[in-house]
Design a protein around this ligand. Sequence first.
Ligand code: FES
Length: 521
Amino acid sequence: MNIDQQKNFTKPPHSYWMDSTPQPEYPTLQEDIQVDIAIIGGGFVGISTAYMLHSQGLKTAILEADRILQGTTGHTTAKITSQHGLIYSKIKSQMSEEFAKQYADANESAIKMIEKIARENNIECDYVPQSAYVYTLQDWYIDKINDEVKVASSLGIKATYLEEIPLPFPIKAAIRFDDQAQFHPRKFLLPLAEKIAASGCQIFEQSRIVNIEENDKYVLITRDGKKVTAEKVIIASHYPCYNKPALYFTRLYPERSYIVAIKAKEKYPGGMYITAEEPGRSLRSQNSDQGELIFVVGEHHKTGQGEDTVKHYEALIDYANEHFTVENIPYRWSTQDCMTLDDVPYVGHFTSHTPNMYIATGFGKWGMTNSIASAMILKDLIIKGESPWQDVYNPSRQTILASAKNFIVENLNVAQNLINGKTQPLEHDTNIQKGEGKVIAANGQRSGAYRDEQGTLHVIDTTCTHMGCELNWNSAEKTWDCPCHGSRFTYEGDIVEGPAVNPLSVDKDVNTIEKLIKDDY
Ligand code: FES
């Protein structure tokens, strides 16, 4: 397969994790219910937190907007590691040594907890112990690597400084963490969901929460108008689907990144790798029915912003060909991450004034250990009233104030995108080919048009239903993406990712638009 053939994308993106596991179905909520704990979101945090709380005897329900474990959990790289770039020196210098220690303990404990849950429940999830490496190709990063080794070691992590790593190219310096692991996240979580459902934890799919009312208890309302009355609520919907009064959208921003799974002539040397510098590149392997796959990962950018997204897959393919003899590319997919202002997740009480509402979000690119650490923190906060790691993860931590510059930069970026979307001159090029999406002026309104492979035109109103920013076309995934807070929609207007809770308006007058386009030819 030559490089042009590798870049000839005839099939839509599809994740290996999704392709190699079945998708069980859980019912939609059909009646009003009462529970102790309502968890919004059936991803890694939702399932694992329910597992921990349900085993404490609490009546728990999971409300998933779509299908469980299909979002970020089904599109991750699935590294189980406490090595999150060069995070420890950053937390120590910007927050405190105590916070760095809490973060290290939480993530090292999370590695052990995943292994423990798998073992205790006889879950076969391709769990493989691995070392994790951060490496640099640049001289000026050597001191940073050295510093991270010292800080991580002082926190009790097995960290080693290296000048060579097993990858087939020279580096300037690297840090290795031992006793890390990789696994198949859906092979781990689907049996766990099945187990908790069998023992009475309620899981509802296609049950999007569109509002939360607060009386003496919380009342969650689904899109179908059904009510879930709960003593306590956990928002684990990735980007929070509920913001009042915490305004999480002012301190979270979404990023997309890309993965190509290659088959190579060379055997992969083992290990999980990531660059310290930009452009970020990450590697790991995975045994599959098709033999050994190598995941080549990188190319992050803000959701809904930037160039033609197909170029990101192409850049990873170029990188793969520089370092391996690529024989085939069976899979490619992309994912979305929520980034915080200081790179540490927000896990704990939703605000300091909401003792019975909790949140877990903002895991950056490090969702595996942070998800299970979140489940452990939330369980402790609910059962014991405190967690040994609550301060560093506290969503209301005072140290976020130190990120004021990031706060201004991110919110200016949102404001700019809001204005640009409204003022951008509309093109009158309405020649839309099969498989192509474009912003067009339809009846004088900014509209999004996509022509499917059968030739049918789909036209939507590009105004995001979250807070009114204008959507942009994502050519790689064939979706309409919001540059403000990352909501994504199919070309038919259905929600792919929140925070939006309502679909897009569909232009009913497609025939007229089609005629205008034909006239334009
Ligand atoms: Fe907030 Fe679109 S996601 S305006």
